[in-house]
Design a protein around this ligand. Structure first.
Ligand SMILES: Nc1ncnc2c1ncn2[C@@H]1O[C@H](COP(=O)(O)OP(=O)(O)OP(=O)(O)O)[C@@H](O)[C@H]1O
Ligand SMILES: [Mg+2]
Length: 345
């Protein structure tokens, strides 16, 4: 009887990010969706797409036909219009459906959201999740990463996301607001700068933020360039090979100074006798952790602090969702209210 009961619980670990939402289930499902919902601008779009709503990569691909809604911005849930909230709900519903719940399943999810959203939008997020899951709990993403990677004490997580860079000091307890810090310069900030830098250097170039983002994801780096980065673009409508090496380096490096300064501040939260251990236990996570050369450059800029080790989470896309699922699996839903506020139950 008991076994039967546990079998009918679908546990979900969800990482609801500004750029992408990852989901993992206790039935070994993993999915990754761009956090964007598109609604056709008019009837032509509905006719071409044969739908009134498109979610994820497909929405970006057909962006000229759609009004796009990104439910999260600058690390918080957009609550400016009903449509924003509807988009957020449809996105979460979509990822829950991807995990293929079966009729009669009790759906219990732990949802990691950017640190600022966990603090400021909890009520609204709970409302969204309440209709879609039987039990839901919202936690901050960097804490989820720390949990998943077993860095629970004397560790500093640096989650380089799309909307914000979230730092979280792990001091052996569940981190409160005083142990978290957000920098308003995530991947989207770099994309905007890169788009402008390429436009400035190459008048007539066709460029938007999605293209800039794609170039950054493919070639982004800080420090010494390996090969020059030459990308095929269109200038005044004609195909052209464009050198974006310097633009990429300069724009990717804009986040390094803030990260280093924030690490210096967060280190002070730890007792002096622990600080060396923390400096040897810095962890980069989030999509931006893939910018080449980032970890060594941070280490180098912290040289005066003695031995510093910055490692990079092995599976940046799923590190948050994996941590959420791990927590959901290790702690029965009945106990989730010890960690945060729970809806349902
Ligand atoms: N290879 C790469 N090089 C550089 N940046 C990358 C790479 N891959 C992804 N990114 C960037 O990482 C960001 C997405 O990371 P992630 O999925 O961790 O963000 P998120 O969780 O959606 O955002 P947030 O945590 O701010 O809500 C985007 O800005 C994306 O362009
Ligand atoms: Mg994130």
């Amino acid at each position: 009887m008991t076994t039967n009961k546990t079998e009918r619980v679908l546990l979900l670990g969800i990482d609801l990010g500004t750029a992408r939402t990852a989901v993992m289930s206790n039935r070994h499902f993993r999915g990754l969706v761009h956090s964007v919902v598109g609604y056709p601008k008019d009837i032509i779009g509905v006719k071409i797409l044969n739908r009134t709503r498109v979610i994820g990569a497909e929405a970006i691909e057909h962006r000229s036909l759609l009004d796009l809604y990104h439910p999260l911005q600058d690390g918080v849930l957009k609550e400016t219009s009903e449509k924003d909230l509807e988009a957020a709900r449809e996105l979460v519903q979509h990822v829950v459906e991807l995990a293929a719940p079966m009729a009669g399943d009790r759906i219990c999810g732990i949802i990691g959201v950017p640190a600022r959203a966990a603090l400021s939008n909890k009520g609204q997020l709970h409302k969204i999740f309440a209709g879609l899951m039987d039990v839901a709990m919202v936690v901050s993403e960097p804490f989820m990463v720390a949990y998943g990677q077993n860095r629970l004490n004397n560790a500093l997580i640096i989650d380089v996301g799309a909307g914000t860079i979230d730092l979280c000091a792990m001091r052996g307890t569940i981190p409160g607001p005083e142990n978290q810090l957000s920098i308003f310069k995530g991947g989207h900030y770099i994309d905007g700068l890169l788009e402008a830098a390429i436009r400035d250097a190459h008048p007539g170039v066709q460029m938007d933020r999605y293209l800039a983002q794609a170039i950054k994801e493919r070639h982004g780096f800080v420090g010494m360039a390996g090969e020059p980065v030459i990308v095929p673009l269109r200038v005044h409508g004609r195909p052209a090979e464009v050198d974006v090496t310097e633009a990429l380096r300069i724009t990717c490096e804009t986040i390094v100074g803030d990260i280093v300064e924030s690490i210096k501040r967060m280190i002070l939260l730890f007792d002096p006798e622990c600080q060396a251990a923390v400096l040897a236990n810095l962890l980069l996570a989030g999509g931006g952790s893939r910018i080449r050369g980032l970890a060594p450059m941070i280490e180098q800029q912290l040289q005066e602090y003695g031995e510093v080790k910055v490692s990079v989470a092995s599976d940046a896309d799923f590190a948050g969702a994996e941590g959420a699922l791990k927590l959901a699996t290790e702690l029965p839903p009945e106990y989730w209210d010890q960690i945060g506020e729970v809806v349902g139950g």
